[in-house]
Design a protein around this ligand. Structure first.
Ligand code: B12
Ligand code: SF4
Length: 464
């Protein structure tokens, strides 16, 4: 069987992503590809990141794969639907079956099947996809393949029972980075930042329950590769690509302190020096952990909080104290590690007072970086369940992603665009005021902050 793995992320067609220019390879597909290679199933990857929709279509027509296997997340959903439509409209591709996997699948499976996908793989993909390929090759009954969905003979969407997760993820082969042009990613980074980065995954799942976070793939689990296996992969990456830095895509890098200390020891034992960036939670940090992060090469740590208001953090079930977040950001900085944090505005129940507390929080702990988004409900999350009844308009699934799904918030939607500007400019004002000799710079940000505050008032009281 001819298997083509692909996705729907086209960097050139996305102005926002072009501005950010931090592309990462599609790790999920690279894991699937490596697993199939190990099992002797030939497969090819068409990496869309630096390509175009036209090139993908050309490749499909040329290759005529038996199976087109596509990764889909909420951002790439619409592009993936377009690819499905294309395949279904071409006589040359009449025999190509479409299989979808990735985080967007579990809670949208029926819609994808109705829109042309032949099969969906729910959750962790390696074993399921391999078994599905075998069943299709040997024309066996699909009902025996766990964790898949398909349209049965009666035209009904059918789902098989859930498969248990792979217990020991050390068994998995390293992602097939050789199947794509990693150099293209490195060049894109080098051009923009003078520094490149390669992504690595050491854990699967997260044991926490933040209400807005999607756990559609790995659920409420925590499985970790052993430090020596990770170091083995890092050695290969270093020898092959020699990147300036690594990015651990793990949900909570310091969730196990024991693991971190062992990882640090393993790096030393193997005389491997790395520079890396990771994400974690303040409640899984302390001074000893920060020292270990520094020693093992962490140059930047992202510490989640989402809000500076304890009330909102609690509503989100974030299970962290805002003071802890502030303390860990300051302590990491003291150890010479750059810090970043994520902020989300517009969560249900958030008021202007909470937004002001968020500003106060950011000013107080002064992280080196922060990202700010207006929260949106991802299907399958508790946040989604909470707002489902309060959606402001009918949602056309085929035309929009969850990012465009809106609901009745405390204030009109437009208010939050001003609120984002207010937070960014007010924080910059304080940073400039404290850091620069030229206070005139600070005043520029202050005036923008005041204008944004006026916009908040105007959209709240006059024109929402
Ligand atoms: C790294 C990462 C990013 C990176 C890089 C993305 C990339 N190119 O890989 C960056 C920072 C750019 C990013 C951005 C975004 N991300 Co992101 N990201 C992640 C993160 C932390 C890790 C992804 C990863 O590599 N996982 C490891 C691999 C091995 O797992 P996997 O991809 O899920 O693959 C497995 C299965 O899904 C399945 N599978 C995957 N593909 C396929 C294909 C087939 C055919 C089959 C059969 C199976 C299969 O098998 C794989 C192995 O078991 C995840 C959370 C997580 N822990 O997974 C969020 C996550 C994927 N991101 C998410 C979101 C929301 C976003 C953004 C929309 C955020 C935003 N507001 O901008 C953007 C979208 C960007 C884009 N254009 O696609 C959500 C997705 C939710 C959803 N329903 O789609 C997640 C799950 C976070 C969360 N918990 O809410 N992200
Ligand atoms: S936000 Fe982070 S800690 Fe919370 S559930 Fe998601 S991955 Fe886990």
């Amino acid at each position: 069987m001819k298997v083509l793995l692909t996705h729907g992320y086209f960097l050139k067609e996305d102005p926002a992503e072009l501005r950010i220019m931090k592309p990462y390879p599609p790790l999920g597909i690279l894991y699937i590809s490596a697993y199939l290679n190990e099992k002797g199933v030939k497969n090819k990857i068409f990496d869309t990141t630096f390509s175009s929709k036209g090139e993908l279509k050309k490749c499909l027509i040329e290759e005529k794969p038996d199976l087109v296997a596509i990764y889909v997340n909420l951002m790439t959903k619409l592009n993936v639907l377009e690819t499905i439509k294309f395949i279904k409209s071409k006589n040359e591709l009449i025999k190509s079956k479409i299989i979808l996997g990735g985080p967007e699948v579990r809670y949208n499976a029926e819609d994808f099947l109705k829109n042309g996908a032949d099969y969906v793989v729910i959750g962790e993909g390696e074993k399921t996809f391999y078994e599905l390929i075998l069943a299709l090759e040997q024309k066996k009954e699909l009902k025996n393949v766990k964790s898949i969905g398909y349209i049965d003979q009666n035209g009904k969407a059918t789902f098989t029972p859930e498969r248990s997760l792979i217990k020991n993820i050390d068994e998995l082969p390293f992602p097939n980075r050789g199947g794509i042009q990693i150099k293209d990613y490195q060049n894109a980074w080098k051009t923009k930042y003078n520094r490149d980065a390669i992504s690595v995954c050491t854990m699967r799942g997260c044991p926490y329950t933040c209400k807005w976070c999607s756990r559609a793939v790995y659920g409420l689990t925590y499985r970790r590769r052993s430090p020596n296996k990770v170091v083995e992969e890092l050695r290969l990456i270093t020898d092959e690509y020699n990147p300036d830095s690594l990015w651990f895509v793990d949900d909570v890098f310091t969730v196990s302190h024991k693991w971190l200390f062992k990882f640090n020891d393993e790096l030393k034992k193997n005389n491997l020096k790395i520079t890396y960036e990771c994400i974690t939670r303040a409640d899984r940090m302390n001074e000893e952990v920060i020292a270990a992060l520094k020693e093992s090469g962490c140059f930047r740590v992202w510490i989640g909080a989402e809000s500076g208001s304890q009330r909102i953090i609690d509503v989100m079930d974030r299970r962290v104290k805002v003071e802890q977040v502030q303390k860990m950001i300051q302590l990491s900085n003291k150890y010479g590690i750059e810090t970043g944090t994520f902020i989300m505005l517009g969560y249900p129940g958030e008021t202007e007072k909470d937004i002001e507390e968020t500003i106060h929080h950011l000013v107080k702990c002064s992280p080196d970086h922060f990202t700010i988004t207006v929260g949106y409900p991802i299907k399958g999350t508790e946040f989604f369940q909470e707002i489902e009844a309060n959606q402001t308009e009918d949602f056309d699934w085929e035309k929009f992603s969850d990012r465009e799904r809106d609901f009745k918030r405390t204030y009109p939607r437009r208010y939050y665009n001003f609120a984002v500007r207010r937070v960014v400019n007010e924080v910059k004002y304080h940073q400039k005021l404290n850091g620069s000799l030229f206070k005139i710079d600070a005043l520029k940000f202050k005036s923008k902050s005041i204008a944004a505050k006026a916009g908040m008032w105007w959209s709240k009281n006059i024109n929402g």
